[in-house]
Design a protein around this ligand. Structure first.
Ligand code: CDP
Length: 246
């Protein structure tokens, strides 16, 4: 069945879900929702529902995988079987393996793994309900769960996607925009604007790409503020990320 909308942006410049082209979906954040994990976060972003658990730093087994000068980060992105309309087959897929890899790499530049030789930091991101942008939502939640676990990081990481529909760039794609749009550009960045993940589907001109980056940066800055507010809500005003000496 093809349920491609005829138009994605109406005559008032609003999208199918009523948002402006540069508006992100509403986000709610709960921290420390899992008592067994060292850090955790439950996030709703639009209709996405994501749960992230962080364990570690803890000793890595088997020992032959240990790195003598740093901790290993493992990141597992997984979609629950019931998270989308068609049941997701349990177990890793090409897509989840790719998302796990790029998401791990989005955190490697910020997590101070050098402080924990021979250890492992495990990030489990479970998508309970998916509605486009789950990799970016999971990264936003993982960033908070890592902070909740007290893991030293040089910066939080925030992520969102820019796409193109009806020939216009739009921030934070919803499902129809993601499925039928002309481009999808998920990006993760630090609070200094250092990009730690960039992927792209579809086509953009060089000029559109530059504009998309700027748009994404603004979205990520808003998300960083929400992440910080949520952490302050749990840990108080002193929740600033402390950067220990190398
Ligand atoms: O979720 P994200 O945008 O990071 O990744 P995607 O591969 O671009 O998937 C876009 C959306 O398609 C997901 O968020 C799901 O809503 C949906 N999807 C699905 O219905 N079934 C799948 N097997 C994979 C994705």
């Amino acid at each position: 069945m093809n349920d491609k909308p005829e138009k994605f942006i109406d005559e008032n410049g609003l999208r199918l879900d009523g948002r402006q082209i540069d508006e992100i979906r509403p986000m709610t954040i709960k921290i420390g929702v899992l008592s067994r994990a060292d850090g955790s976060c439950y996030m709703e972003w639009g209709n996405n529902k994501i749960l992230v658990a962080v364990y570690g730093p803890r000793e890595l087994h088997p020992r032959r995988l240990q790195k003598s000068d740093s901790a290993l980060i493992r990141y597992r992105y997984n979609m629950a079987a019931f998270s989308v309309e068609d049941r997701i087959r349990p177990g890793p897929s090409r897509r989840s393996t790719e998302i796990s890899k790029v998401s791990r790499e989005a955190f490697e530049p910020v997590v101070m793994t050098n402080l924990y030789p021979s250890a492992v930091i495990d990030v489990f991101a479970e998508v309970l309900q998916a509605d486009a942008g789950t990799r970016t939502a999971a990264i936003n939640a993982a960033s908070i769960a890592l902070a909740d676990a007290g893991i030293p990081m040089k910066s939080l990481v925030a992520a969102c996607a820019v796409g193109k529909v009806d020939g216009k760039l739009v921030l934070d794609l919803n499902k129809p925009e993601d499925n039928y749009g002309q481009a999808d550009l998920p990006i993760a960045m630090t609070q200094d604007g250092e990009i730690t993940l960039l992927q792209m589907d579809g086509n953009l001109t060089q000029e559109e790409f530059k504009q998309a980056l700027e748009m994404c940066k603004k979205g990520c800055l808003q998300i960083l503020e929400m992440q910080k507010e949520a952490l302050k809500g749990k840990f108080g005003e002193d929740a600033a990320i402390e950067v220990p000496e190398d």
